[in-house]
Ligand binder design. Structure first.
Ligand SMILES: [Zn+2]
Length: 99
């Protein structure tokens, strides 16, 4: 059986932004399992950027998880789009006139 926490931790990457909702609710932080009053400053974490799987998490837990490498951002795990970098590499590989 796949639990909500499994679905959260199975993501390859995460998007994180400060939470701005001010609804008087209490959430459970997916990183420490502790309770999180929504009125306190905290973060929203989106597994693979999916808004339907977003979770409210303590800011300190997000910082700790980031430091431990457990909450990678998209650009840290997926190859960059073939744009600027490949253009730069191609330019370097090509011998210049007069070389
Ligand atoms: Zn927490």
């Amino acid at each position: 059986m796949i639990t909500v926490v499994d679905r959260f931790s199975a993501a390859r990457w995460y998007a994180v932004r400060p939470a701005s909702n001010r609804k008087p609710a209490t959430y459970r932080c997916p990183l420490c399992g502790g309770l999180l009053p929504a009125l306190r400053d905290h973060m929203l974490v989106f597994p693979e950027g999916d808004p339907s799987r977003r979770r409210h998490a303590h800011s300190a837990c997000v910082a700790r998880a980031r430091q431990a490498g457990r909450l990678p951002f998209k650009h840290e795990v997926l190859p960059a789009s073939p744009g600027l970098l490949s253009r730069l590499l191609r330019r370097r590989a090509r011998p210049r006139d007069g070389d």
